[in-house]
Design a protein around this ligand. Structure first.
Ligand SMILES: NC(=O)c1ccc[n+]([C@@H]2O[C@H](COP(=O)([O-])OP(=O)(O)OC[C@H]3O[C@@H](n4cnc5c(N)ncnc54)[C@H](OP(=O)(O)O)[C@@H]3O)[C@@H](O)[C@H]2O)c1
Length: 191
């Protein structure tokens, strides 16, 4: 059994908590007002908007040392909906990994709309969570949570692939915002 802490109680935080609970894992959910509460999980999911991540790191950076930290953000410029706010040759995950040198940072869930995590399906397909990271054991631990919760997990490669995952998440968001796909649809993966 894994111990998860999920920072953020919004759409994604709740959907990921439900997957972990379904798989029999322990879940601690902390909201913005739970600053005084220590993080107890070994896997910490940052289910907050990208602009809030720097605050979380400033507040909890030392606490996150030694833990698996999962970045799920899509770091869009939400004013223009036309670019990412991270360097073109980098990613939010790379920025977070640099700020948390003592943590094993993974990129995951950013290519899944919350509705497809909650439903477990994208159209006729089982929802697949793409996981990128440099630590095989960390990826395997998160994949275990995902699959025990009834979804598929695919190792998407090293943390460098976060750049491509964020591009996919960006594209999917623009498609939904322009009503080309629904917020309960989006990209599926056939293995
Ligand atoms: N929604 C999707 O389908 C989707 C898909 C892929 C990726 N994502 C990514 O997932 C992340 C969360 O999205 P969401 O849709 O779940 O957003 P959301 O429903 O707006 O929830 C955001 C949560 O973050 C909390 N929060 C904000 N600042 C915080 C802080 N400093 N410390 C702790 N918690 C804080 C908020 O708490 P309060 O309500 O108390 O402010 C809220 O619980 C974003 O980075 C987004 O890009 C979303």
């Amino acid at each position: 059994m894994a111990n998860l802490s999920i920072l953020g109680t919004g759409n994604m935080g709740q959907a990921i908590a439900a997957i972990a609970a379904k798989g029999g894992h322990s879940v601690q959910q902390l909201g913005a007002s739970d600053l005084g509460t220590a993080v107890t999980g070994d896997i910490v999911v940052l289910a907050v908007p990208y602009p809030a991540v720097s605050d979380v790191i400033a507040q909890r950076g030392e606490e996150l040392a030694g833990k698996i930290v999962v970045d799920i953000t899509n770091p869009l410029n939400f004013e223009t909906f036309d670019s990412l706010v991270v360097p073109a040759d980098g990613s939010a995950a790379a920025v977070i990994a640099e700020a948390l040198p003592g943590s094993r940072v993974l990129k995951a869930f950013n290519t899944n709309f919350a509705g497809t995590l909650a439903a477990g399906t994208v159209g006729p397909l089982t929802t697949t969570v793409l996981i990128a990271g440099d630590d095989a054991d960390a990826k395997s631990a998160l994949a275990g949570v995902v699959t025990s919760g009834g979804l598929h997990a695919v190792d998407a490669g090293s943390l460098k692939r976060a750049r491509e995952l964020e591009a996919v998440g960006f594209l999917q968001l623009t498609l939904a915002a322009n009503e080309k796909v629904s917020w309960t649809g989006g990209f599926g993966v056939v293995a």
